[in-house]
Design a protein around this ligand. Structure first.
Ligand code: GAR
Length: 200
C-alpha cells in the first residue's frame, strides 16, 4: 500500500502546514495538495517551495471545486490547518472521519462560530484561564464539535498577552497535529461515536 494521500487546507501563514511538510511528508503520508480560499495565503508559498501542488479555490461553486480537486488527487485525508472557511455538510458526509482540524484552545472552551486565530487567545486571556492549549479533532457538520483526537495544555501566566499565548500554543499545535496525522497514517486511530482511541 502506498503512502496516505493528504490534502492540507490553509487560509493563512501555514506554520502548521510547514510542520506537516517537515514531519510527515514523504515518510508517513504524502501531501498531494495544498488548497486555500485566499490567494495571498503564505501557506501556498510553503507548498510550492516543497514542490507540492498549490491551488486557490474560490468562487460560487466553491464546494464543488474543492471536492473535484480532492477526488482528482485521490485524497485519503484532509487536514484543516488554519482553514477559516466552513466545510459543507455534504463534503463532511462524504469524507466522514477523514477530515481533521486543529484548533488553538482546549475544546469546548473558546471554540465554535467566530472563534479563530488570535481571537481565541484574546478570549482566553480576558477570561483569566490558567491553562489553555490546542485540540485536534475530526470535523463534523458543526463548528469545532467533532470527536477529539488529541489535546495538549499550556500554562497561561498572569502576564501573558494574546500574542504570547498564541506563540506558546502554536508550538504545541505543531507537535500534536503532526502526531495525530502520523497516527492516522499508521492506522492507529479508531472512532466510536465521540470516543477516539489511539493505539500505542
Ligand atoms: C492556528 O493557530 C490554528 O489553530 C488556527 O489558526 C492558526 C493558523 O496558523 N485555527 C483556527 O483558529 C481554526 N478555528 P498557521 O497558518 O500558522 O498554521
Amino acid at each position: 500500500m502506498g503512502l496516505v494521500r493528504i490534502a492540507v487546507l490553509v487560509s493563512g501563514g501555514g506554520s502548521n502546514l510547514q510542520s506537516l511538510i517537515d514531519k510527515i511528508h514523504g515518510t508517513y503520508g504524502e501531501i498531494v495538495l495544498v488548497a486555500s480560499n485566499r490567494k495571498n495565503a503564505y501557506g501556498l508559498e510553503r507548498a510550492k517551495k516543497a514542490g507540492i501542488a498549490a491551488q486557490v479555490v474560490s468562487g460560487e461553486d466553491y464546494d464543488e471545486k474543492l471536492e473535484a480537486l480532492l477526488r482528482e488527487k485521490e485524497v485519503d485525508l484532509v487536514v484543516l490547518a488554519g482553514y477559516l472557511k466552513k466545510i459543507s455538510p455534504e463534503l463532511v458526509g462524504r469524507y466522514k472521519n477523514k477530515i481533521i482540524n486543529i484548533h488553538p484552545s482546549l475544546i469546548p472552551s473558546f471554540s465554535g462560530e467566530g472563534c479563530y486565530g488570535l481571537k481565541v487567545h484574546e478570549m482566553a486571556v480576558e477570561y483569566g484561564v490558567k491553562i489553555s492549549g490546542a485540540t485536534v479533532h475530526f470535523v463534523d457538520e458543526n463548528m469545532d464539535t467533532g470527536a477529539i483526537i488529541a489535546q495538549r495544555a499550556v500554562e497561561v501566566d498572569w502576564n501573558d498577552t494574546p500574542e504570547s499565548l498564541q506563540a506558546k500554543v502554536l508550538k504545541i499545535e505543531h507537535e500534536i497535529l503532526a502526531e495525530a496525522v502520523k497516527n492516522y497514517c499508521l492506522e492507529k486511530i479508531t472512532v466510536n461515536g465521540r470516543i477516539v482511541a489511539v493505539k500505542e
